[in-house]
Unconditional design. Structure first.
Lengths: 367, 440
């Protein structure tokens, strides 16, 4: 959950609203085109690429500079397995709109598919330069670094390149969004066009207003790299408090504080002992895993990092600041982590939910 | 799956360190690379930087001060720069420098390994030099050894007023001499500075590869590099060579007279280059040859004279101050000229005092030699001996042995002859005595 704070639902809404306003303005100017792009996106989703291409070409005929249209065109080429054409489209797009991270990211995906990892790296570093908080680009860059490292090791140690078979795909970005805090996208680039489409098809959109802003946020081919709480997860959290017992009375707050301090101690203790059962047991069933990764994968990763670590681990913490709100509680504290060759102190925030008599970790954030 | 796993491990590491959020939130793009999560930094530091300090050893040569002597243009300076950046936690710069180095030497395996480590450290904390999972330990150890010897050589250049003990006197037409230190994996090129009374002047030094099993060759196939005083005997051009020998090869005269006398055998010890698939070979990799990178071999080759250039291989070069060097040289020169004068004097007893009782030539021991000299000298009315083109090289090793080579012009009332002579002198009871003599 380290990345959750990047795109707070709150600020996301704010940005969406601003984008919406922009979209409305454009909508007035050229209402006839407004609903073309959602059609294109729908056709892409359905795998009808030639039709999607036809539509997007028609759209671009009257607005050849349009960033969203060109982005979708690049996406269609990618889906049609025409990497050269896709690279040409995204390259041109990144030249015309150097402030947009998405074309760089997708260029990197295409380069990586061609095993041109140096180019992929450059593109991703550009994406991050334009948007320092761009989680997918970071994750992709991590993959590219690992791949480049592996290539370097192959050359250093004359290894056989057999591990190139286990290549995993980088995450392709399917929507052009403008999350730039500066709002520095040129006005001529209707990057907000997808959002603008929302009011145009208002009656339809009304049926699922809640999902519109979040669904529009980055989704990857892998599905594992979403940086914002997905609508599904939001829905998931709702039944939890409903199923929980009645809210504790204010009088119980003190004892709740104690219970939570104990829960933190037990959690830190299990971590230090490398007791995976107790450690993972400290987390609620609907714990918000980092980057929304699968629970199993997250558990495996923790196992690897804790039980799989040689030498001693020691986790301790300073007096936590705890605020209890019904069946939810937030604990903020300084965490001290020590292991062979490394020690770190971190500001940690744990969000607890009450489950029966236990307080379980629902969210974990560090900074 | 491999890289995904590494990445996840790295992210988990970040989670523990709480640094990913910092990294992602950090507004400057440089921070994405320059400011790594704390634990990543520290582990890269402790692995790579330790290599640097290991090479530094106890010496505290201040960095940034240029060595007093000239330097070759190998990758050492750049490697030192890379490790300095790593030590100072400027990993972004370190990677940049590593990539520059690879641009210059695309086949440089050590640089590829450092690059791999620097890149991998961006995805997860690394614990060792050559941090790839299941990296072949022997190959990593080889590259690590190369890094250590190169950094050490860079930081510990020969001091300007010290010379290798072996180069006591070069003959006038020997323009250069080569001294190899197998312990340091280094070849030193010295010029015969005739304007300065033939004092050896340091020119450059180069990384070398020696035998898989080290130095002090004894027998055929022992995969060791010989130790002794040799010279270049031929120049084999690239076209005549297999790729293994790289840009050229210069055979040396192992086993020499002294080796044979010690019962050492084997053959085919060369100075040669490096195969095309790598920039450099590990410090210990040959079957006994001294291997240079192709660019270094080409640089050295320009100065080699077939049949002349001495190649002195030591397992650990001894250095003398110029004063001590001059003293040792004059002591030997005195002994040699006394030998020559006593020969001319026809005082055979006096003359034989220059020979050790353990003397042996190709076909005579001391007794036979002494008997023959007494007989020959009895028939002489006069003897003139001229010694020209004298060279005196100390044989590396514990024993005090020097190799003396010269052109001998012998004239007498009934016989004259010219020959190139080689003698081995041994210090016995504080006096230099001849223990071997023969044609060179």
């Amino acid at each position: 959950m380290t990345t959750k704070s990047l795109l707070q639902p709150h600020s996301q809404q704010f940005k969406t609203l601003r984008a919406l306003a922009l979209g409305l303005a454009i909508g007035f100017a050229a209402p006839a085109f407004a609903d073309n792009l959602p059609d294109v996106q729908r056709l892409i989703k359905q795998g009808q690429y030639p039709q999607a291409m036809e539509k997007v070409d028609a759209y671009l005929a009257s607005r050849p500079k349009d960033a969203q249209g060109r982005f979708l065109k690049g996406l269609i080429y990618t889906e049609m397995n025409k990497p050269a054409e896709a690279i040409a489209v995204f390259t041109k797009l990144s030249e015309d709109y150097p402030e947009l991270p998405e074309p760089y990211n997708n260029l990197a995906v295409l380069y990586a598919q061609q095993k041109q990892y140096d180019k992929a790296r450059t593109a991703l570093e550009m994406a991050i330069r334009t948007h320092p908080s761009y989680a997918i680009a970071y994750e992709n860059l991590g993959d590219v670094y690992a791949k480049l490292a592996s290539q370097a090791y192959d050359k250093a140690l004359q290894l056989d390149n057999s591990n190139s078979a286990t290549q995993n795909k980088l995450a392709l970005i399917r929507d052009l969004i403008t999350t730039s805090g500066k709002g520095n996208v040129k006005p001529t680039a209707p990057a907000a066009a997808t959002v603008a489409a929302a009011p145009a098809v208002a009656p339809v959109a009304a049926s699922k207003p809640a999902t519109a802003p979040t669904a529009n946020v980055i989704t990857s081919t892998q599905g594992a790299a979403s940086t914002s709480p997905s609508p599904a997860k939001v829905a998931e959290t709702k039944p939890a408090p409903a199923a929980a017992p009645a809210a504790p009375s204010p009088a119980k707050a003190d004892s709740a504080n104690d219970d939570i301090t104990k829960a933190i101690a037990a959690w830190a203790n299990a971590w230090s002992r490398k007791d995976m059962k107790a450690y993972l047991g400290a987390y609620s069933a609907d714990f918000n895993t980092p980057k929304g990764m699968a629970r199993k994968a997250w558990e495996a990763e923790r196992e690897d990092r804790i039980a799989g670590k040689s030498g001693k681990i020691s986790v301790s913490f300073d007096d936590p600041q705890i605020s209890v709100n019904g069946d939810k509680a937030t604990a903020k504290f300084k965490q001290h982590y020590k292991a062979t060759g490394l020690s770190s102190s971190t500001s940690k925030t744990l969000v607890f939910v009450r489950s029966g008599s236990k307080w379980l970790i629902k969210e974990e954030n560090a900074r | 799956m491999l890289s995904r796993k590494l990445l996840l491990l790295g992210l988990a590491g970040c989670l523990v360190g709480g640094a990913l959020a910092y990294q992602l939130k950090s507004p400057k793009p440089e921070s994405a690379t320059a400011q790594r999560p704390a634990e990543t930094q520290s582990s890269v530091l402790s692995t790579l930087a330790s290599l640097g300090s290991q090479a530094l050893g106890t010496s505290s040569a201040p960095e940034g001060i240029l060595p007093a002597t000239l330097s070759d243009a190998g990758p050492e300076a750049q490697l030192a720069g890379i490790f300095k950046e790593i030590e100072n936690n400027r990993l972004h710069n370190a990677l940049q420098l590593t990539e520059n180095l690879l641009y210059q030497y695309p086949n440089y395996r050590l640089a590829h390994l450092i690059k791999g480590d620097l890149l991998l450290s961006r995805t997860h904390p690394i614990q060792t030099f050559g941090a790839l999972n299941d990296a072949p330990a022997d190959k990593v150890a080889d590259l690590r050894a190369e890094a250590v010897v190169r950094l050490k050589a860079y930081r510990e250049k020969p001091e300007a007023d010290f010379v290798p003990r072996y180069l006591l006197q070069m003959q006038p037409n020997q323009r250069y001499a080569i001294v190899v230190d197998t312990k340091r994996s280094r070849l030193y090129l010295y010029e015969n500075d005739k304007s300065n009374d033939g004092r050896p002047r340091f020119v450059a030094d180069y990384y070398i590869t020696q035998g898989k099993l080290g130095a002090e060759k004894l027998v055929e196939g022992d995969k060791k590099t010989p130790v002794g005083v040799y010279h270049v005997t031929a120049n084999l051009p690239r076209q005549q060579l297999a790729d293994l020998y790289g840009s050229g090869a210069f055979p040396i005269n192992y086993p020499n007279e002294w080796d044979k006398r010690q019962g050492r055998n084997g053959s085919g010890i060369w100075l040669h280059g490096t195969p095309s698939n790598t920039f450099a070979r590990p410090p210990r990799a040959s079957d006994g040859c001294v291997v240079l990178t192709n660019q270094d071999l080409d640089a050295v080759a320009k100065n080699l004279q077939v049949g002349l250039t001495p190649v002195i291989i030591s397992s650990s070069v001894e250095w003398l101050s110029l004063d001590d060097w001059a003293k040792e040289r004059s002591e030997l020169n005195k002994s040699i000229s006394a030998w020559r004068a006593d020969w001319e004097s026809r005082d055979t007893e006096q003359y034989l005092k220059h020979y050790s009782k353990r003397f042996k030539s190709a076909d005579q021991d001391y007794e036979q030699f002494a008997a023959q000299k007494k007989q020959v000298n009895a028939g002489k009315e006069w003897i003139k001996v001229k010694v020209d083109n004298l060279s005196v090289f100390r044989n590396p090793g514990k024993e005090d042995v020097v190799v003396v080579t010269f052109d001998q012009d012998y004239r007498s009332n009934n016989l004259s002859n010219q020959m190139k002579k080689r003698q081995y002198w041994l210090r016995e009871d504080g006096k230099w005595k001849i223990i071997y003599e023969g044609t060179a």
